[in-house]
Write a protein that binds this ligand. Structure first.
Ligand code: TYM
Length: 329
């Protein structure tokens, strides 16, 4: 059976981009694939984290997966750090990754900013760990948002480099799955910037924990444009409108063309009202379910323990074979 692996960094609230760009697609694939969904806590510490907040965030992110529809009876949900194979394999893969490949990663350039000399090594080698996450389970498909595409291409190159070095077809080359109109949800304050947890303005994103009034307020305050007349889809000329139409279409499960047709001549502000109603209808049950789950942390811990046991078996087997291929005694 084909296997998928994906994950989110447990660093605070999940937002609409994480849900529409990634988790929603995991849910749609979970009946046809064997699924592994991790909480990427090893990735989270590439930037400073407060220990208690990180621990809390791992449980919250697990609750969000389940509230969004990931079925813990089918999928393994687990913290990355609980399975030592991730870090172990990352080391071995780092010995097969030329620096030139890492130097091309745009996310490192963005995240390290001007002060590269002070950036931690982990932030730089982050994509190698991500490759390890995926191939540790010999995952065949990886559903993610557009921003992870470059990391997945690198993962394919690293898997190929390992196979060539040991003259084997041991690791399958994984396929990225970047699906739908919401592969890159933009900030509500600036249609040219990605919606992100790290944006200092909370008005730039819809968090999965936002209540109805907050969702309505954020969409009302979302940046509009000065174009008169009905809402239209044009990514270059009307990036904010295009973003909101992509959100609308994905939440409703229709194409962006259908979304434009459905809005039938409404102007920007009238469209925002339809979007708010739809978003509240779709997100309120997720928020409510998250609250219920967070009130039962023991249940979440049980789900995680089950996930670790399930994923751990596969990881141990892979690492045994990898060590044998590499020549460790
Ligand atoms: P992270 O935590 O930044 O994001 C989690 C998932 O959400 C998607 N995403 C978005 N999609 C659409 N629009 C947006 N504005 C948006 N923002 C985030 C991301 O593409 C991602 O799918 N390195 C990864 C976590 C990771 C991982 C892995 C993923 C670690 N190991 C192995 C897949 C496979 C990350 O930082 O995602």
């Amino acid at each position: 059976m084909n296997r998928i692996l994906s994950g989110v960094q447990p660093t605070g609230n999940l937002h609409l981009g994480n849900y529409l760009g990634a988790i929603r697609n995991w849910v749609s694939m979970q009946d046809s694939y064997e699924c592994l969904f991790m909480l990427a806590d090893l990735h989270a510490i590439t930037v400073p984290q407060e220990p208690a907040a990180l621990r809390k965030s791992v449980r919250e992110t697990a609750a969000a997966y389940i509230a969004c529809g990931v079925n813990p009876e089918k999928a393994a949900i687990f913290p990355q750090s609980a399975i030592s194979g991730h870090a172990e394999l990352a080391w071995i893969l780092s010995c097969h990754t030329p620096l030139g490949w890492l130097n091309r990663m745009t996310q490192f350039k963005e995240k390290s900013g001007k002060n590269k000399e002070n950036a931690p090594l982990g932030l730089y080698s982050y994509p190698v760990l991500m490759a390890a996450d995926i191939i540790l389970y010999k995952a065949t498909h990886v559903p993610v948002g557009e921003d992870q595409k470059q990391h997945l291409e690198l993962c394919r190159d690293i898997a190929g480099a390992f196979n060539r070095a040991y003259k084997t077809e041991f690791f399958p080359i994984p396929e990225p799955v970047i699906l739908g109109a919401a592969t890159r949800i933009m900030s509500l304050r600036d249609g040219t910037k990605k919606m992100s947890k790290s944006d200092e303005s909370d008005y730039s994103r819809i968090n999965l924990t936002d209540d109805t009034d907050t969702i309505a307020l954020k969409f009302r305050k979302a940046k509009s444009d000065m174009v008169e007349g009905p809402i239209t889809y044009d990514e270059t000329a009307r990036p904010e409108a295009a973003n909101l139409l992509n959100i609308y279409a994905t939440l409703k499960g229709i194409t962006r063309e259908q979304a434009v047709a459905e809005q039938d001549g409404k102007n920007f502000s009238a469209f925002k009202q339809s979007l708010t109603d739809l978003a509240v209808e779709k997100l309120a049950p997720i928020t409510a379910r998250m609250r219920e789950l967070l009130a039962t942390p023991d249940y979440i811990d049980q789900v995680l323990a089950k996930g670790v046991a399930k994923a751990g078996g596969t990881a141990t087997q892979t690492m045994r074979e990898v060590k044998d291929l590499v020549g460790f005694l």
